[in-house]
Write a protein that binds this ligand. Structure first.
Ligand SMILES: NC(=O)c1ccc[n+]([C@@H]2O[C@H](COP(=O)([O-])OP(=O)(O)OC[C@H]3O[C@@H](n4cnc5c(N)ncnc54)[C@H](OP(=O)(O)O)[C@@H]3O)[C@@H](O)[C@H]2O)c1
Length: 264
């Protein structure tokens, strides 16, 4: 993402940015000129190592970075994360709700603890992040961007997360209205197939994903650039929307393009 003076000295908090799409979003904000808070789930092990690595990459771009471990499913933990952001830079301009964790199995097979984890991380956790960040976002005239997926609108037998994504897209619409008078606006980015760690796991449950050609997958960077765009003044007229970024995959679902190739 090209540097843009609008982002200089501003602060982005990206939940779940130790790897995958979140990492790309964190780096895109840094590329645009913002300082970044890299949230990850655990205070040690691979989670911390990867978050520290992302912070180093951000610093190499000439920006400041702070790694903050916090499980977004815990309201107390989210509160501590936002306090850490406040003591670090005293401001928060952009909140990106990217972190997600869910089992890949049909709804009817979900155990009670899996249902609770699904809702606590992917719905309640995002709402805790919005609630706790609101005073800082309001002071900055901030923006919220939620990362959704095609599961919010299309059936996928092993993807109960889709129902949480659909609920959160409704929260985006709700928030952009209810927070407008406080100067805070929300939008979403709905990603197609992105070959991250979670994709590798989902692929084990859905063989058909193997057959989706590379040109119908989308890169983490392509999603990240739209997130940064939605936080920029150029997107000031977009409110409460979830923008699909999927390299055209959903537009072709009626007629699987990987089965019938168009004549060249
Ligand atoms: N991959 C796709 O095809 C795709 C498509 C569309 C949308 N999306 C969405 O994009 C987002 C990122 O997906 P991804 O594929 O990049 O995922 P990923 O590779 O599995 O990475 C998940 C990230 O979220 C963090 N995380 C998980 N649970 C957390 C929690 N309770 N609290 C804080 N952080 C937590 C992880 O931190 P640790 O490193 O500490 O575990 C990691 O940084 C998700 O919302 C996903 O639904 C993905």
């Amino acid at each position: 993402m090209a540097e843009n003076s609008f982002f200089t000295d501003k602060v982005a908090l990206v939940t779940g940015s130790s790897r995958g799409i979140g990492r790309a979003i964190a780096l895109a904000f840094a590329g645009a000129g913002a300082d970044v808070v890299v949230n990850h789930s655990k205070p040690d092990g691979a989670s911390k190592r990867k978050a520290d690595e992302v912070c180093r990459e951000i610093e190499e771009l000439g920006r400041k970075a702070l790694a903050v471990p916090a499980d977004i499913a815990s309201k107390a933990s989210v509160g501590e994360m936002v306090e850490a952001v406040s003591s670090w830079r005293g401001r928060l301009d952009f909140l990106v709700l990217n972190a997600a964790k869910a089992p890949f199995k049909p709804i009817e097979k979900l155990l009670e603890r899996e249902i609770r984890q699904l809702v606590e991380t992917n719905y309640m956790g995002n709402i805790f992040c919005i609630q706790k960040s609101l005073p800082l976002l309001e002071a900055a005239g901030g923006r919220i961007v939620f990362i959704s997926s095609l599961g919010s609108r299309f059936y996928n037998p092993s993807y109960p997360l889709g129902s949480m994504k659909a609920a959160m897209e409704a929260v985006v619409r709700d928030c952009t209205e209810s927070l407008a008078e406080r100067g805070v606006f929300a939008n979403g980015v709905c990603g197609g197939i992105v070959k991250t760690d979670s994709f590798k796991t989902l692929r084990q449950y859905m063989e058909e994903l193997e057959h989706i050609p590379d040109e119908l997958c989308v890169s983490p960077q392509a999603l990240a650039e739209v997130v940064v765009f939605l936080c920029s003044p150029a997107a000031r007229g977009i409110r409460g929307q979830t923008v699909v970024v999927d390299n055209g995959l959903s537009n072709r679902l009626y007629r699987p393009a990987w089965v019938r190739k168009p004549k060249s």
